[in-house]
Design a protein around this ligand. Structure first.
Ligand code: WQD
Length: 336
């Protein structure tokens, strides 16, 4: 079976390619490398020892997409490609709506034209906005997104649901990720954001590597056990395996299926810092700052549905996540 992975050079995309290849799927990647590196393809090959077909290009490029679908018998699409920096999306809403929506609309039109009707979409827990009740279920209200990035995810979910109503032959799985962290145990692929990281874990790694002096903790006055924000961190390899489970679902059933991908456990910022320090035997300096706009106090998943319907359950714990995150840095620092 051949899977087209859009954004396959990215953090979650690359880890998903590894899991797919390991299971014997054929993988074709399209990525415009705007937020990733071509070298990731070579590293995936190094991990798996199998070639991977790569196209550098935009998912908005209809001609390129059609040529890919015609050249390769694509059975399923996993759609990761998109701009994903929350803060940046607030500053550049038009670019985010144009890129994330247009690329998806072009992709779906080409899929329809080529009679490829199985897709897994990379969504986000951010579609729940400021959820009033935790743990968050898939039936929890969506909307009230606090940034254009999150709103593009919500819009694409609506597009997919309307498409399924119009064409019941589509098989669609929407995966709502909580907070992916960690890296493949080889240290060859991982979260490597350009510039100053927005997210907690890559920021902690840069403090550990002395690239940044200290971590800013955005608020310690939330209604949580230690005042800092609580999130559902999930190992990126678990997340990748969740996509394989979703693939087995789209191959089997028609319709739209929505799943949270998380661990069901909430950890605070201090929990993460302490775990990181303990596992990596390193001190992380921090300063308490004001709350960050758009942040919620607590966000973690009810993971029952993915377990019951996909047989998915995260297996890596917080120690694996913090150790693998730092290991990715250490391996690449040595190579540089
Ligand atoms: C986690 C916690 C911060 C950085 C975002 C996106 C979401 C998804 C995952 C794409 C919070 C605190 C963070 C820092 C800090 N991405 N923090 N200092 O905001 O939960 O989710 O990434 O789908 O869409 O919204 O993740 O890692 O930014 O923050 O104190 O320098 O760490 O306040 O409590 P977030 P995060």
């Amino acid at each position: 079976m051949t899977v087209l992975v859009t954004g396959g050079c990215g953090y979650i995309g690359s880890h998903t390619c590894v899991e797919l290849l390991e299971l014997g799927y054929d993988v074709v990647v399209i990525d415009n490398l705007v937020n990733s590196k071509r070298e990731v393809i070579d590293r995936i090959t190094k991990i798996i020892g199998k070639e991977i077909i790569f196209y550098e290009g935009n998912v908005q490029d209809e001609k390129l997409l059609i040529s890919i679908f015609n050249k390769h018998r694509i059975d399923v699409v996993i759609h990761f490609a998109g701009l994903k920096a929350v803060g940046e999306s607030v500053k550049m809403p038009l670019e985010y709506y144009q890129n994330n929506l247009d690329s998806t609309l072009v992709l779906l039109s080409v899929m329809k034209e080529c009679d490829v009707k199985k897709i897994i979409f990379s969504s986000s827990a951010t579609v729940y906005g400021n959820a009033k009740i935790v743990p968050i279920k898939e039936t929890s209200p969506v909307g009230g997104t606090t940034n254009p990035y999150g709103t593009t995810k919500l819009f694409v979910e609506h597009i997919l649901q309307d498409l399924s109503i119009a064409d019941p032959n589509f098989s669609i799985v929407i995966l709502r990720y909580f907070n992916p962290i960690g890296a493949h145990k080889s240290g060859l692929i991982g979260d490597n954001p350009n510039g100053v990281p927005n997210n907690l874990m890559p920021y902690i790694v840069k403090v550990a590597s002395k690239e940044l002096e200290y971590l800013n903790i955005f608020g310690n006055d939330y209604p949580t056990k230690d005042g800092t924000g609580v999130r559902d961190y999930i190992h990126v390899v678990d997340l990748a395996i969740g996509h394989v489970k979703a693939l087995e679902k789209v191959v089997k059933d028609k319709g739209v299926f929505i799943y949270n991908l998380g661990t069901g456990i909430g950890y605070s910022v201090f929990d993460i810092i302490e775990a990181f320090e303990r596992e990596n035997d390193i001190k992380i300096l921090y300063k308490i700052k004001e709350r960050r706009d758009g942040d919620v106090a607590i966000c973690y998943a009810d993971v029952t549905k993915a377990y019951e319907e996909l047989g998915f359950k995260a297996k890596f714990g917080i120690k694996d996540m913090v150790r693998d995150s730092y290991n990715f840095y250490l391996k690449n620092r040595i190579e540089e």
